[in-house]
Ligand binder design. Structure first.
Ligand SMILES: [Zn+2]
Length: 186
């Protein structure tokens, strides 16, 4: 097996495989994997791989009867909002793949192998999309998170700190009345 410096391409010339399996280590811009259908972004709903980030691919490629096998892992960073407070969160998508490329691929099971090269991009793209979180993501803060929209949780929290056992000094009552009056007026 040849160890190579990271490539910048997902198009692999098949002649490189003539003498046996190779390791294809590549780092490519996420923008290269985007499709016009998705607004040129690699994303599922609100979670996306930022187009200025990079995707790492580490695959063992081998010619097999009827095509080429690709096995290894793909990693990409994603960004998506917390489902509760909408602050952007970052995460890592790691996909393990084992796929076959064939000249006449079985629909939905294999990828197309071109006469002189293998285009890994469609496989890398699908593998990442499958690993993006589709369930609601939550930030690490306890519920409600500090950035929760104030109109949703402030109503119940506003006087939570008032301790009934600790009555205010009666001399401050007029000032307190004034403060409450201001708070209630629009
Ligand atoms: Zn949050």
């Amino acid at each position: 097996m040849n160890r190579r410096d990271p490539e910048r391409s997902l198009s692999v010339p098949l002649r490189l495989l003539e003498r046996g399996p190779i390791t294809w280590s590549a780092t490519v811009p996420a923008a290269d994997l985007a499709e016009a259908d998705d607004g040129d972004r690699l994303r599922i709903a609100d979670v996306e791989v930022p187009s200025d980030s990079e995707v790492d691919v580490e695959l063992t490629l081998e010619l097999i009867s009827g095509g080429l096998s690709a096995a290894g892992h793909i990693t990409a960073g994603w960004r998506g909002p917390c489902a509760r407070c909408w602050i952007p969160l970052d995460g890592q998508a790691c996909a393990n793949v084992r796929e076959v490329f064939a000249a006449t691929p079985r629909e939905g099971e294999q990828y197309r192998l071109h006469p002189e090269h293998a285009d890994l991009a469609p496989m890398v793209r699908e593998a990442i999309l499958l690993e993006l979180p589709i369930e609601a993501i939550a930030c690490p803060y306890p519920d409600p998170c500090p950035n929760h929209p104030p109109d949703l949780d402030q109503a119940t929290d506003e006087h939570a700190h008032d301790d009934p056992a600790e009555q205010p000094d009666p001399r401050w009552a007029p000032l307190e009345a004034l403060r409450r009056g201001q708070a209630e007026s629009p």
